[in-house]
Design a protein around this ligand. Structure first.
Ligand SMILES: Cc1cc2nc3c(=O)[nH]c(=O)nc-3n(C[C@H](O)[C@H](O)[C@H](O)COP(=O)(O)OP(=O)(O)OC[C@H]3O[C@@H](n4cnc5c(N)ncnc54)[C@H](O)[C@@H]3O)c2cc1C
Length: 443
């Protein structure tokens, strides 16, 4: 194997500036979720040409419920002309979260401090609506998206990589497997079929119109005071509710223990009686919310967990996994979709700096820059969940700050694009060192 060659030209384009020159790199992206679309838009900004293959036949604004993007993702959206205004018109606006214990007693109100606000804009809203804005932007930027395409096979050589999609062989310089928790691209990358594990938890979740809630004594305050964000915490359960669009829409989720087998589906219909049984003894307000949820809006979403993959990059480094395909997150990290977007911003820069002649270097440098960061962020999902589910309420009454959600600067103030430019030479040098050591051992 040839040794890596450092890109002597070094970073040439500052973050936030598109490279107008076509790079000649053809990127094939499987999956038009947030990982795939963000990668396509970011790659287009850097002059690479992109083809996205997606199995669903049409976009559906109704699909899903609340999804959260931290300011580390907000910074990426903010570089896409026209997108921030469109997002702002549909996203949740509030500067605090009210926490109650499971019986409904107020324990703490957490405001975003000026320092935390300085990290940047956050966007929380309906997944389907945000997805449509991003999808349309990708199309406007010239990304080719083919819907109704089922990718069944991945392959690669020293010269390039490709997929078989609906029986057609499609090749490019690089393939990005943005195909979600049930990724097929993993087979090529890992050489084996990686099975999901139950996390031991599932989430009931819903997105609904708030008209009925506004009429009910127990729930009206949640939807008639503009946007609100409220959490109820108790043993092994947390219940979060948000109103959006000035209180017109309402979304709630609650995480609960779940011992059933893993079904790889992301959601199944929920049952009101089951949900209320799990919430036995909880604040009547949360029961009212659950009971007022239209049956067709209630889903029970199993939280599938996977051990960290040993690598996200295929043996010949022409295919990389991104987003949930590489690293599924627990919702309590509030970072799954944001990290999926960071992947795309970082990869686009790596491909730009490596150039078409050295795509494998780009993918290996991408993994080097992202792997440890993503691991650390993934762990925050477990720590927040444990903090909430194992809360000592006697202690919290004396010291309410103990329940404060950590808003970590290293996660939220991160600029994935800028960081990729800055970390590039070090990542390449580290890869070179590792390659030399390996060659030394083989001699
Ligand atoms: C329908 C849907 C609704 C969701 N709703 C929510 C929500 O309400 N709240 C929330 O927090 N998270 C939700 N998620 C998950 C969340 O969007 C992701 O965790 C996160 O955004 C990371 O995105 P991703 O692009 O890596 O994966 P995903 O969003 O899962 O996207 C993967 C895409 O790849 C496509 N795909 C998979 N296999 C193939 C194949 N063989 N050929 C072609 N295409 C393929 C899928 O159709 C999918 O569109 C939802 C995911 C989906 C798919």
């Amino acid at each position: 194997m040839a040794l890596y060659v450092k890109n002597d030209s070094g970073p040439s384009v500052p973050a936030g500036v598109e490279d107008p020159k076509p790079s000649g790199i053809r990127v094939i992206i499987v999956g038009a979720g947030f990982a795939g679309l963000a990668a396509a838009i970011e790659c287009t900004r850097k002059g690479h040409s992109c083809l996205v293959l997606e199995s669903y036949r049409k976009t559906n604004v109704q699909l899903g419920d609340i999804i959260s993007f931290g300011s580390n993702a907000g910074r990426i959206f903010d570089r896409w002309p026209g997108v921030p205004d469109k997002l702002a018109s549909i996203c949740h606006v509030s500067d605090h979260t009210t926490f109650n214990d499971w019986k409904g007693e107020h324990i703490y109100t957490q405001y975003w401090t000026p320092h935390e606000q300085s990290f940047g804009k956050r966007y929380n809203g309906h997944r389907g609506e945000i997805h449509k804005i991003v999808f349309d932007h990708a199309v406007e930027q010239g990304v080719e998206i083919r819907l109704g395409q089922q990718v069944t096979e991945y392959f690669e050589s020293d010269q390039g990589a490709g997929v078989v999609s609906d029986g057609e062989r499609i090749t490019g310089d690089v393939v990005l497997g943005a195909d979600g928790v049930r990724s097929k691209a993993r087979m090529l990358v890992l050489g084996y079929d990686d099975k999901p594990k139950p996390s031991g938890y599932a989430i009931y979740r819903a997105w609904m119109d708030s008209t009925e809630l506004a009429k009910h004594e127990l729930t009206k305050d949640l939807v008639t005071n503009g946007d609100t964000h409220t959490g109820w915490l108790g043993p092994d359960i947390h219940f979060l509710a948000a109103s959006i669009k000035g209180g017109r829409d309402f979304s709630w989720v609650f995480t609960h223990k779940d011992e059933r087998d893993v079904d790889e589906g992301w959601a199944e219909p929920g049952d009101h009686d089951d949900a209320c049984r799990i919430l036995k003894g909880w604040d009547p307000t949360v029961h009212a919310i659950v009971r007022m949820t239209p049956p067709e809006k209630l889903v029970d979403w199993k939280l599938v967990y996977r051990d960290p993959l040993p690598t996200w990059v295929s043996p010949l480094a022409r295919t990389a996994l991104i987003g949930d395909a590489a690293h599924p997150f627990l919702p309590t990290s509030i970072q799954g979709a944001s990290q999926a977007m960071e992947d795309g911003a970082c990869l686009a820069v790596c491909l730009q700096l490596a150039g078409r002649k050295d795509v494998p270097l780009a993918l290996r440098a991408f993994e080097k820059m992202r792997y440890e960061r993503v691991r650390r962020v993934q762990k925050t999902g477990e720590t927040t969940r444990d903090k909430w589910h194992k809360a000592d309420f006697e202690n919290i009454k004396k010291n309410p700050e103990a329940i404060r959600m950590k808003r970590e600067e290293w996660i939220l103030a991160h600029d994935a694009e800028d960081h990729a430019y800055q970390a590039w030479l070090d990542a390449v040098a580290e890869l070179e060192r590792a390659e030399l050591e390996r060659a030394e051992l083989e001699r």
